[in-house]
Design a protein around this ligand. Structure first.
Ligand SMILES: Cc1cc2nc3c(=O)[nH]c(=O)nc-3n(C[C@H](O)[C@H](O)[C@H](O)COP(=O)(O)OP(=O)(O)OC[C@H]3O[C@@H](n4cnc5c(N)ncnc54)[C@H](O)[C@@H]3O)c2cc1C
Length: 393
Protein backbone atom coordinates (compact mmCIF):
# COMPACT_ATOMS: atom_id res chain seq x y z
CA UNK A 1 0.00 0.00 0.00
CA UNK A 2 1.30 3.44 -0.81
CA UNK A 3 1.54 5.95 2.03
CA UNK A 4 1.90 9.72 1.65
CA UNK A 5 5.31 10.71 0.30
CA UNK A 6 7.81 12.03 2.80
CA UNK A 7 7.53 15.60 1.44
CA UNK A 8 3.70 15.55 1.79
CA UNK A 9 3.20 13.56 5.01
CA UNK A 10 2.11 15.66 8.00
CA UNK A 11 2.92 12.93 10.54
CA UNK A 12 -0.58 13.12 12.04
CA UNK A 13 -0.59 9.40 12.84
CA UNK A 14 -4.05 8.61 11.39
CA UNK A 15 -2.67 5.78 9.18
CA UNK A 16 -0.78 4.18 12.07
CA UNK A 17 -3.80 4.30 14.39
CA UNK A 18 -6.32 2.95 11.87
CA UNK A 19 -4.28 0.04 10.51
CA UNK A 20 -6.06 -3.18 11.65
CA UNK A 21 -2.89 -5.25 11.14
CA UNK A 22 -0.50 -2.88 12.96
CA UNK A 23 1.58 -2.85 9.77
CA UNK A 24 2.52 0.84 10.06
CA UNK A 25 5.17 2.27 12.35
CA UNK A 26 6.78 5.70 12.57
CA UNK A 27 10.52 6.35 12.21
CA UNK A 28 12.32 9.64 12.53
CA UNK A 29 13.61 10.88 9.18
CA UNK A 30 17.00 12.61 8.94
CA UNK A 31 15.40 15.91 10.08
CA UNK A 32 13.77 14.38 13.15
CA UNK A 33 10.23 14.21 11.72
CA UNK A 34 8.47 10.90 12.48
CA UNK A 35 7.40 9.43 9.13
CA UNK A 36 5.31 6.28 8.52
CA UNK A 37 6.83 3.08 7.25
CA UNK A 38 4.74 0.09 6.14
CA UNK A 39 5.61 -3.55 6.70
CA UNK A 40 4.43 -5.10 3.44
CA UNK A 41 4.54 -8.56 5.02
CA UNK A 42 1.74 -7.55 7.41
CA UNK A 43 -0.23 -5.28 5.03
CA UNK A 44 -3.46 -6.78 3.63
CA UNK A 45 -4.07 -3.88 1.20
CA UNK A 46 -7.36 -2.88 2.90
CA UNK A 47 -6.71 0.75 1.92
CA UNK A 48 -7.83 2.22 5.26
CA UNK A 49 -4.51 4.07 5.65
CA UNK A 50 -5.16 6.03 2.44
CA UNK A 51 -8.83 6.64 3.30
CA UNK A 52 -7.91 8.41 6.56
CA UNK A 53 -4.79 10.19 5.31
CA UNK A 54 -5.34 13.98 5.13
CA UNK A 55 -2.94 14.05 2.16
CA UNK A 56 -4.94 11.57 0.04
CA UNK A 57 -8.40 12.51 1.37
CA UNK A 58 -8.82 16.06 2.70
CA UNK A 59 -11.99 16.50 4.80
CA UNK A 60 -14.96 18.32 3.34
CA UNK A 61 -14.82 22.11 3.55
CA UNK A 62 -17.23 24.09 5.69
CA UNK A 63 -16.49 27.72 4.80
CA UNK A 64 -16.50 30.42 7.50
CA UNK A 65 -19.72 31.49 9.24
CA UNK A 66 -18.43 34.34 11.41
CA UNK A 67 -15.22 35.99 12.56
CA UNK A 68 -14.38 37.74 15.84
CA UNK A 69 -11.69 39.47 17.79
CA UNK A 70 -11.82 37.84 21.21
CA UNK A 71 -10.28 38.12 24.65
CA UNK A 72 -10.80 36.10 27.82
CA UNK A 73 -12.68 38.61 30.00
CA UNK A 74 -12.82 37.08 33.46
CA UNK A 75 -9.34 35.78 34.26
CA UNK A 76 -6.41 38.21 33.73
CA UNK A 77 -3.86 35.77 35.21
CA UNK A 78 -4.67 33.03 32.70
CA UNK A 79 -4.82 35.60 29.90
CA UNK A 80 -1.20 36.45 30.73
CA UNK A 81 -0.23 32.77 30.32
CA UNK A 82 -2.14 32.48 27.02
CA UNK A 83 -0.38 33.14 23.75
CA UNK A 84 -3.02 35.38 22.21
CA UNK A 85 -6.39 36.32 23.71
CA UNK A 86 -7.07 33.09 25.58
CA UNK A 87 -9.98 31.68 23.54
CA UNK A 88 -8.52 28.21 24.08
CA UNK A 89 -9.11 28.54 27.85
CA UNK A 90 -12.70 29.75 27.49
CA UNK A 91 -13.59 26.79 25.25
CA UNK A 92 -11.61 24.20 27.23
CA UNK A 93 -13.24 25.23 30.52
CA UNK A 94 -16.69 24.87 28.96
CA UNK A 95 -15.84 21.27 27.99
CA UNK A 96 -14.61 20.56 31.54
CA UNK A 97 -17.84 22.08 32.96
CA UNK A 98 -19.73 19.53 30.85
CA UNK A 99 -17.68 16.69 32.34
CA UNK A 100 -15.76 16.36 29.09
CA UNK A 101 -12.14 15.91 28.11
CA UNK A 102 -9.72 18.31 26.41
CA UNK A 103 -6.83 17.26 24.14
CA UNK A 104 -4.00 19.76 23.77
CA UNK A 105 -0.25 20.12 23.48
CA UNK A 106 2.25 20.07 26.38
CA UNK A 107 6.01 19.63 26.79
CA UNK A 108 6.93 16.12 27.93
CA UNK A 109 9.93 15.47 30.21
CA UNK A 110 12.29 15.53 27.19
CA UNK A 111 10.94 18.90 25.98
CA UNK A 112 9.10 17.31 23.08
CA UNK A 113 5.71 18.74 22.14
CA UNK A 114 3.04 16.06 22.52
CA UNK A 115 -0.77 15.99 22.59
CA UNK A 116 -2.24 14.74 25.86
CA UNK A 117 -5.62 14.89 27.58
CA UNK A 118 -6.84 17.09 30.43
CA UNK A 119 -9.82 16.45 32.67
CA UNK A 120 -9.38 19.26 35.18
CA UNK A 121 -8.12 22.83 35.44
CA UNK A 122 -4.69 21.76 36.72
CA UNK A 123 -4.10 19.56 33.66
CA UNK A 124 -5.09 22.41 31.33
CA UNK A 125 -2.29 24.68 32.57
CA UNK A 126 0.66 23.11 30.69
CA UNK A 127 -1.36 23.33 27.45
CA UNK A 128 -1.15 27.14 27.52
CA UNK A 129 1.48 28.67 25.34
CA UNK A 130 2.37 27.97 21.71
CA UNK A 131 5.14 25.42 21.32
CA UNK A 132 6.74 26.38 18.02
CA UNK A 133 7.85 22.92 17.05
CA UNK A 134 6.19 19.97 15.27
CA UNK A 135 4.11 18.04 17.79
CA UNK A 136 3.13 14.39 18.00
CA UNK A 137 -0.52 13.33 18.30
CA UNK A 138 0.95 10.74 20.63
CA UNK A 139 -1.72 8.06 20.38
CA UNK A 140 -4.52 10.53 21.14
CA UNK A 141 -6.86 9.66 18.22
CA UNK A 142 -8.13 6.32 19.67
CA UNK A 143 -8.54 8.02 23.06
CA UNK A 144 -10.65 10.76 21.47
CA UNK A 145 -12.78 8.09 19.79
CA UNK A 146 -13.27 6.16 23.00
CA UNK A 147 -14.38 9.29 24.91
CA UNK A 148 -16.80 10.22 22.10
CA UNK A 149 -18.28 6.71 22.04
CA UNK A 150 -18.79 6.96 25.81
CA UNK A 151 -20.87 10.08 25.12
CA UNK A 152 -18.41 12.55 26.64
CA UNK A 153 -17.85 16.02 25.18
CA UNK A 154 -14.40 16.34 23.61
CA UNK A 155 -12.38 19.38 22.59
CA UNK A 156 -9.42 18.53 20.36
CA UNK A 157 -6.92 21.33 19.76
CA UNK A 158 -3.84 21.17 17.59
CA UNK A 159 -2.19 21.87 14.26
CA UNK A 160 -4.67 22.16 11.36
CA UNK A 161 -3.28 18.98 9.75
CA UNK A 162 -3.74 17.10 13.04
CA UNK A 163 -7.38 18.19 13.25
CA UNK A 164 -7.89 16.99 9.66
CA UNK A 165 -6.20 13.66 10.47
CA UNK A 166 -8.48 13.19 13.47
CA UNK A 167 -11.61 14.02 11.48
CA UNK A 168 -10.64 11.42 8.87
CA UNK A 169 -9.63 8.84 11.46
CA UNK A 170 -13.07 9.03 13.13
CA UNK A 171 -14.86 8.51 9.77
CA UNK A 172 -18.14 9.64 11.31
CA UNK A 173 -19.60 12.93 12.62
CA UNK A 174 -19.92 13.15 16.42
CA UNK A 175 -22.17 15.89 17.84
CA UNK A 176 -20.10 15.80 21.07
CA UNK A 177 -16.80 16.65 19.33
CA UNK A 178 -15.41 20.15 18.79
CA UNK A 179 -12.23 20.52 16.71
CA UNK A 180 -10.33 23.75 17.36
CA UNK A 181 -7.16 24.37 15.36
CA UNK A 182 -4.96 27.43 14.96
CA UNK A 183 -3.73 29.41 11.99
CA UNK A 184 -0.39 27.78 11.46
CA UNK A 185 2.81 29.37 10.22
CA UNK A 186 4.42 25.91 10.02
CA UNK A 187 5.82 23.22 12.31
CA UNK A 188 9.61 23.12 12.73
CA UNK A 189 11.91 20.13 13.15
CA UNK A 190 11.93 18.59 16.65
CA UNK A 191 15.58 17.65 16.02
CA UNK A 192 16.53 21.30 15.42
CA UNK A 193 14.73 22.33 18.62
CA UNK A 194 16.52 19.60 20.57
CA UNK A 195 19.90 20.71 19.19
CA UNK A 196 19.13 24.34 20.04
CA UNK A 197 18.04 23.38 23.57
CA UNK A 198 21.41 21.70 24.17
CA UNK A 199 23.03 25.12 23.87
CA UNK A 200 20.93 26.62 26.68
CA UNK A 201 20.70 23.64 29.00
CA UNK A 202 24.44 23.41 29.63
CA UNK A 203 24.18 25.32 32.90
CA UNK A 204 20.47 25.01 33.64
CA UNK A 205 18.86 21.55 33.67
CA UNK A 206 15.86 21.28 31.39
CA UNK A 207 13.43 20.73 34.28
CA UNK A 208 14.31 24.23 35.53
CA UNK A 209 14.31 25.87 32.09
CA UNK A 210 10.61 26.90 31.92
CA UNK A 211 10.97 27.77 28.23
CA UNK A 212 8.22 30.09 26.93
CA UNK A 213 7.91 31.04 23.29
CA UNK A 214 5.47 33.92 23.66
CA UNK A 215 6.12 35.31 27.11
CA UNK A 216 4.08 38.44 27.93
CA UNK A 217 5.77 39.02 31.32
CA UNK A 218 8.43 41.60 30.40
CA UNK A 219 7.44 43.06 27.03
CA UNK A 220 3.69 42.32 26.92
CA UNK A 221 1.97 40.81 23.91
CA UNK A 222 4.35 40.11 21.07
CA UNK A 223 6.87 37.51 20.04
CA UNK A 224 9.33 37.30 22.91
CA UNK A 225 11.00 34.17 24.20
CA UNK A 226 11.99 33.68 27.81
CA UNK A 227 13.77 30.94 29.75
CA UNK A 228 15.73 30.50 32.94
CA UNK A 229 19.43 31.30 32.51
CA UNK A 230 22.27 30.50 34.92
CA UNK A 231 21.74 33.64 37.01
CA UNK A 232 18.56 35.27 35.77
CA UNK A 233 15.67 34.81 33.41
CA UNK A 234 16.66 35.47 29.78
CA UNK A 235 14.29 37.48 27.57
CA UNK A 236 14.87 37.66 23.81
CA UNK A 237 12.97 38.99 20.82
CA UNK A 238 12.23 36.70 17.89
CA UNK A 239 15.14 38.29 16.06
CA UNK A 240 17.54 38.00 19.00
CA UNK A 241 16.78 34.34 19.62
CA UNK A 242 18.36 32.15 16.91
CA UNK A 243 15.76 29.37 17.10
CA UNK A 244 12.74 31.70 16.97
CA UNK A 245 14.36 33.69 14.16
CA UNK A 246 14.79 30.41 12.24
CA UNK A 247 11.11 29.66 12.84
CA UNK A 248 10.06 33.02 11.42
CA UNK A 249 12.27 32.57 8.36
CA UNK A 250 11.01 28.96 7.93
CA UNK A 251 14.45 27.35 7.95
CA UNK A 252 13.44 23.84 9.07
CA UNK A 253 9.67 23.44 8.83
CA UNK A 254 8.32 19.98 8.10
CA UNK A 255 8.59 19.57 4.29
CA UNK A 256 4.77 19.44 3.88
CA UNK A 257 4.43 22.88 5.52
CA UNK A 258 5.94 24.59 2.47
CA UNK A 259 2.88 23.58 0.43
CA UNK A 260 0.32 23.01 3.19
CA UNK A 261 -3.31 22.97 2.13
CA UNK A 262 -4.57 23.20 5.73
CA UNK A 263 -2.86 26.48 6.30
CA UNK A 264 -4.74 28.21 3.51
CA UNK A 265 -7.91 26.49 2.44
CA UNK A 266 -11.15 27.54 4.08
CA UNK A 267 -11.91 25.44 6.52
CA UNK A 268 -13.02 22.04 7.79
CA UNK A 269 -12.79 22.38 11.58
CA UNK A 270 -15.44 23.79 13.96
CA UNK A 271 -13.38 26.74 15.19
CA UNK A 272 -10.10 28.35 14.17
CA UNK A 273 -8.01 30.50 16.49
CA UNK A 274 -4.97 32.69 16.05
CA UNK A 275 -3.39 36.05 16.75
CA UNK A 276 -5.26 39.16 15.66
CA UNK A 277 -2.40 41.37 14.53
CA UNK A 278 -3.32 44.92 13.46
CA UNK A 279 -6.76 44.91 15.10
CA UNK A 280 -6.62 48.70 15.71
CA UNK A 281 -6.49 49.30 11.96
CA UNK A 282 -10.06 48.03 11.60
CA UNK A 283 -11.74 48.46 14.98
CA UNK A 284 -11.71 51.07 17.70
CA UNK A 285 -10.88 48.32 20.13
CA UNK A 286 -11.32 48.26 23.86
CA UNK A 287 -8.09 47.85 25.78
CA UNK A 288 -6.80 44.61 24.28
CA UNK A 289 -3.12 45.17 25.09
CA UNK A 290 -3.03 41.97 27.18
CA UNK A 291 -3.51 39.86 24.04
CA UNK A 292 -6.22 39.34 21.47
CA UNK A 293 -7.32 36.26 19.57
CA UNK A 294 -8.74 35.98 16.11
CA UNK A 295 -11.57 33.46 16.07
CA UNK A 296 -13.32 31.91 13.07
CA UNK A 297 -16.61 30.08 13.61
CA UNK A 298 -17.13 27.53 10.85
CA UNK A 299 -19.84 25.00 11.79
CA UNK A 300 -23.05 24.73 13.87
CA UNK A 301 -20.97 23.00 16.61
CA UNK A 302 -18.62 26.00 16.56
CA UNK A 303 -21.61 28.35 16.90
CA UNK A 304 -23.00 26.32 19.79
CA UNK A 305 -19.64 26.41 21.61
CA UNK A 306 -19.25 30.14 21.09
CA UNK A 307 -22.75 30.81 22.48
CA UNK A 308 -21.85 28.73 25.55
CA UNK A 309 -18.70 30.75 26.33
CA UNK A 310 -19.93 34.21 25.29
CA UNK A 311 -20.04 35.44 28.92
CA UNK A 312 -16.34 34.63 29.39
CA UNK A 313 -15.13 36.52 26.32
CA UNK A 314 -15.00 40.11 25.13
CA UNK A 315 -16.07 39.69 21.50
CA UNK A 316 -15.95 42.06 18.54
CA UNK A 317 -17.45 40.89 15.24
CA UNK A 318 -14.94 41.33 12.45
CA UNK A 319 -14.13 40.08 8.94
CA UNK A 320 -11.85 37.19 7.94
CA UNK A 321 -10.12 39.49 5.40
CA UNK A 322 -9.14 41.87 8.21
CA UNK A 323 -7.62 39.02 10.21
CA UNK A 324 -5.74 37.77 7.15
CA UNK A 325 -4.22 41.15 6.34
CA UNK A 326 -1.44 41.02 8.94
CA UNK A 327 -1.36 37.29 9.49
CA UNK A 328 0.62 34.87 7.40
CA UNK A 329 -2.43 33.12 6.08
CA UNK A 330 -4.78 33.79 3.24
CA UNK A 331 -8.48 33.21 3.44
CA UNK A 332 -9.53 31.47 0.27
CA UNK A 333 -9.16 28.25 -1.59
CA UNK A 334 -5.73 28.68 -3.06
CA UNK A 335 -2.85 26.65 -1.65
CA UNK A 336 -0.06 29.20 -1.53
CA UNK A 337 3.37 27.65 -1.44
CA UNK A 338 6.46 29.31 0.01
CA UNK A 339 10.11 28.47 -0.18
CA UNK A 340 12.57 27.74 2.58
CA UNK A 341 15.75 29.82 2.56
CA UNK A 342 18.33 28.42 0.10
CA UNK A 343 20.53 27.19 2.97
CA UNK A 344 17.83 24.96 4.55
CA UNK A 345 19.42 21.58 3.76
CA UNK A 346 22.96 22.83 4.39
CA UNK A 347 21.89 24.19 7.78
CA UNK A 348 20.46 20.83 8.83
CA UNK A 349 23.52 18.98 7.57
CA UNK A 350 25.90 21.31 9.41
CA UNK A 351 23.82 21.11 12.59
CA UNK A 352 23.84 17.31 12.52
CA UNK A 353 27.57 17.17 11.85
CA UNK A 354 28.88 19.92 14.11
CA UNK A 355 26.01 20.97 16.40
CA UNK A 356 23.57 23.89 16.57
CA UNK A 357 26.16 26.56 17.39
CA UNK A 358 28.26 25.77 14.31
CA UNK A 359 25.19 25.93 12.04
CA UNK A 360 24.08 29.15 13.73
CA UNK A 361 27.52 30.74 13.22
CA UNK A 362 27.57 29.71 9.55
CA UNK A 363 24.01 30.63 8.52
CA UNK A 364 22.27 32.81 11.10
CA UNK A 365 24.80 35.42 12.21
CA UNK A 366 25.77 37.06 8.94
CA UNK A 367 22.23 36.72 7.69
CA UNK A 368 20.83 39.62 5.66
CA UNK A 369 17.24 39.28 6.93
CA UNK A 370 18.37 39.12 10.54
CA UNK A 371 20.69 42.11 10.20
CA UNK A 372 17.95 44.15 8.50
CA UNK A 373 15.44 43.26 11.22
CA UNK A 374 17.95 44.00 13.99
CA UNK A 375 18.71 47.45 12.54
CA UNK A 376 15.01 48.12 12.08
CA UNK A 377 14.21 47.21 15.68
CA UNK A 378 17.10 49.20 17.19
CA UNK A 379 16.85 52.48 15.24
CA UNK A 380 14.22 55.15 15.94
CA UNK A 381 11.45 55.42 13.29
CA UNK A 382 12.72 58.77 11.92
CA UNK A 383 16.25 57.42 11.33
CA UNK A 384 14.79 54.34 9.63
CA UNK A 385 12.76 56.59 7.29
CA UNK A 386 15.83 58.67 6.48
CA UNK A 387 17.85 55.55 5.62
CA UNK A 388 14.98 54.26 3.47
CA UNK A 389 14.86 57.60 1.59
CA UNK A 390 18.62 57.61 1.06
CA UNK A 391 18.57 54.00 -0.17
CA UNK A 392 15.71 54.65 -2.59
CA UNK A 393 17.53 57.51 -4.38
C1 LIG B 1 3.63 25.96 15.52
C2 LIG B 1 2.61 27.08 15.67
C3 LIG B 1 2.44 28.01 14.65
C4 LIG B 1 1.50 29.04 14.76
N1 LIG B 1 1.36 29.94 13.75
C5 LIG B 1 0.45 30.94 13.84
C6 LIG B 1 0.29 31.89 12.80
O1 LIG B 1 0.99 31.85 11.79
N2 LIG B 1 -0.67 32.85 12.94
C7 LIG B 1 -1.46 32.91 14.06
O2 LIG B 1 -2.31 33.80 14.13
N3 LIG B 1 -1.33 32.03 15.06
C8 LIG B 1 -0.40 31.05 14.98
N4 LIG B 1 -0.27 30.13 16.01
C9 LIG B 1 -1.30 30.09 17.08
C10 LIG B 1 -1.14 31.09 18.20
O3 LIG B 1 0.23 31.22 18.50
C11 LIG B 1 -1.89 30.65 19.47
O4 LIG B 1 -1.52 29.33 19.82
C12 LIG B 1 -3.36 30.61 19.35
O5 LIG B 1 -3.80 31.88 18.95
C13 LIG B 1 -4.02 30.21 20.67
O6 LIG B 1 -3.85 31.20 21.59
P1 LIG B 1 -4.63 31.21 23.00
O7 LIG B 1 -4.23 32.46 23.69
O8 LIG B 1 -6.09 31.00 22.81
O9 LIG B 1 -4.14 29.84 23.60
P2 LIG B 1 -3.08 29.29 24.65
O10 LIG B 1 -3.71 29.23 26.00
O11 LIG B 1 -1.73 29.85 24.54
O12 LIG B 1 -3.07 27.77 24.10
C14 LIG B 1 -2.26 27.31 23.10
C15 LIG B 1 -3.02 26.30 22.28
O13 LIG B 1 -2.21 25.82 21.21
C16 LIG B 1 -2.03 24.39 21.33
N5 LIG B 1 -0.63 24.15 20.92
C17 LIG B 1 0.47 24.80 21.34
N6 LIG B 1 1.57 24.35 20.71
C18 LIG B 1 1.16 23.36 19.89
C19 LIG B 1 1.83 22.50 18.99
N7 LIG B 1 3.14 22.55 18.76
N8 LIG B 1 1.09 21.56 18.34
C20 LIG B 1 -0.24 21.46 18.54
N9 LIG B 1 -0.94 22.28 19.37
C21 LIG B 1 -0.24 23.22 20.03
C22 LIG B 1 -2.33 24.05 22.77
O14 LIG B 1 -2.79 22.73 22.87
C23 LIG B 1 -3.44 25.06 23.07
O15 LIG B 1 -4.65 24.59 22.54
C24 LIG B 1 0.70 29.12 15.94
C25 LIG B 1 0.90 28.21 16.98
C26 LIG B 1 1.84 27.19 16.86
C27 LIG B 1 2.02 26.21 18.00
Amino acid sequence: MELAKREDCTGCGACLEICPKKAISYRDDHEGFPTPVIDSGKCVECGLCQKVCPVFAPPEKTGIKAAYAAQLSDDPETLKESTSGGVFTALAREILRRGGIVFGCVWNESYEAVIVSAENEEELKPMHGSKYVWSSTNGSFPKVKQALEEGREVLFTGLPCQGAGLKNYLRKEYPNLCILVFFCGGAPSPLAFKEYLKTITKDVPSEKLDFKFRDKEKYGTGVHISYQGKKERIHQSYVGNPYFFSYHTKVFHRPCCYHCRYRYETRYEDLTMGDYWGLGEFHKEPDFHAGVSALLVNTPKGEEMLEAVRDHLELIPTKPEYIAKHNNLTIGNAVKTFNPPPFRDAFIEKMKKSGWKAAERRYLIINKTRIKLTVKRKLPKKTQELIRKLLSR
